[in-house]
Design a protein around this ligand. Structure first.
Ligand SMILES: Cc1ncc(COP(=O)(O)O)c(C=O)c1O
Length: 464
């Protein structure tokens, strides 16, 4: 579609087509014209011309794209959403190359780097935490958080089975045993009631995972921890900037860990961070992550068999550069996430994950919803995702229960170990990824329109 068309549409819609800002924005996005380009045209004093025929063609095209009566894209119809309009990830911000050049020319590349120190301080401040250690990845940060809190051989740590494998392997690497508890059907987060049933004399810690960036029920875990003298280590790998009861996720429990791996809400391809408010935990974590060195000890004095888990200055530079954007992106994800959930919850068979009442900000690393195929003419989740992808919306199927992995199998007194809500979440859960929530608002309508279209055409979409 020619760029000029967008400038013609706004003042000159044909009869019967509502002249709305929303429609204008949709067509603008489909045409691939930025708001900045429109502002520039206005500044130039460009007169909008009336060209009814062209305006009619554009609006016709838009309604063809969104009409649920149209042929599914998977069967040769026209996609609802133009894939080229999604933001790309990782974010290639123009100043990043300069930030890297500065490290090359002016900073240390590892130990004693001022950039690493500045990133630690900035990230800790943005999460209201007192201490931070930048690590090579989130898995290392989790291991350090556990070890620094004294978790080791003979200990059990309770975690959800609806999470990334690193939540469990970090516990194994610390020498302890992961014990799986079920999740809350409404939020997809670790269920405190089920956790309470699994506490034994060996339990040392609870590790809630803020799944998809949606904070877990930290009040309940705090109370359980107090009652049973347990430690709470937050797996906040997906929860940058999430807020629960006025507190930042990852800085609520005894320690928290974050990931900056490629898909995360800020990223350096790889990277991790440990946060804590305890000086003692910080000092022990320093030892674990820095080859067994003590905070101010001599370079070749190693008091324990710690590892090298340190982040490089190149990772830190890329991440520090993104810090001013973290807040801006978080605001956009939260606004688009809430809006999209409102839209999706009106579609029969789609139920979005809820948040706990104290949550004022979901980091929306993932917007998670549950798919009920009985409202989609029995269309399997796989086929639904295939059809949705053809419509220009890529959603992903999510995790498998961790206790299915051969090295994580759990014992059960009465046969196979099953967590029913986790099973259901793995079977029916679907994710929209964080960077899609950074798209412009009409693209959120596009996601809902695409799902409505697949629903309306479910019968035709059945595998032949
Ligand atoms: C919930 C969760 N925990 C832990 C990790 C581990 O982080 P990383 O991949 O940076 O080691 C990830 C990220 O992949 C994750 O999503």
């Amino acid at each position: 579609m020619h760029e000029q068309a967008i400038f013609l549409l706004f003042p000159a819609l044909p009869n019967g087509i509502k002249h709305t800002h929303n429609l204008f924005q949709k067509v603008r996005i489909i045409a691939g014209v930025s708001n900045a380009a429109i502002r520039a045209k206005k500044k130039e004093g460009n007169q909008y011309q009336c060209n009814l025929a062209l305006a009619a063609k554009i609006s016709q095209e838009w309604s063809t794209m969104t009409s649920s009566e149209q042929k599914p894209a998977l069967l040769g119809g026209r996609p609802v959403v133009n894939r080229d309009q999604w933001p790309t990830w990782p974010p290639r911000l123009p100043g990043m190359t300069e930030a890297l050049r500065q490290v090359v020319e002016e900073d240390q590349w590892g130990v004693r780097s001022t950039i690493i120190a500045e990133f630690e301080t900035t990230f800790a401040q943005s999460h209201d935490a007192q201490y931070a250690l930048a690590m090579m990845n989130g898995t290392m940060a989790l291991i350090a958080a556990l070890k620094a809190n004294g978790v080791g051989p003979g200990d059990e740590v309770i975690i959800p089975a609806y999470t990334f494998v690193a939540s469990a392997t970090a516990i194994l690497q610390a020498g302890a045993v992961p014990i799986f508890a079920d999740i809350d059907k409404q939020t997809f987060n670790l269920d405190p009631t089920d956790v309470a049933h699994r506490i034994t004399s060996h339990t040392r810690a609870i590790m809630p995972v803020h799944i998809g960036g949606n904070p877990a029920d930290m009040d309940a875990f705090g109370q359980l921890a107090k009652k049973h003298s347990l430690i709470v280590v937050e797996d906040a790998a997906q929860a940058h900037g999430a807020v629960y009861n006025g507190l930042k996720a990852g800085a609520i429990g005894d320690a928290g860990s974050f990931s900056f791996q490629s898909s995360k809400n800020i990223t350096a391809g790889e990277g991790g961070m440990l946060l804590t408010n305890s000086e003692e935990v910080y000092e022990r974590a320093f030892e674990v992550y820095n080859c067994g060195r003590t905070l101010n000890g001599p370079w070749y004095e190693h008091v324990s068999p710690g590892l090298n888990m340190r982040m490089s200055a190149f990772q830190a530079a890329i991440l520090l550069y993104q810090m001013p954007f973290l807040e801006e992106w978080a605001v956009t994800r939260e606004a688009n996430g809430r809006y999209l959930e409102e839209q999706l919850n009106t579609i029969p068979g789609i139920t979005c994950a809820r948040r706990y009442p104290g949550t004022t900000r979901n980091a929306y690393h993932l917007l998670i919803f549950s798919y009920d195929q009985s409202h989609f003419d029995g269309l399997s989740k796989e086929r639904f995702l295939e059809a949705l992808s053809a419509e220009g919306v890529v959603a992903t199927p999510g995790y498998q229960p961790l206790y299915r992995l051969p090295f994580l199998k759990q014992q059960s007194a009465n046969g196979e170990f099953i967590l029913p809500v986790t099973e259901d979440a793995c079977q029916n859960g679907i994710w929209i990824r964080q960077f899609e929530l950074l798209a412009e608002r009409p693209m959120m309508d596009g996601i809902a329109d695409a799902i409505r279209k697949v629903q309306a055409q479910a019968h035709a979409l059945h595998e032949s």
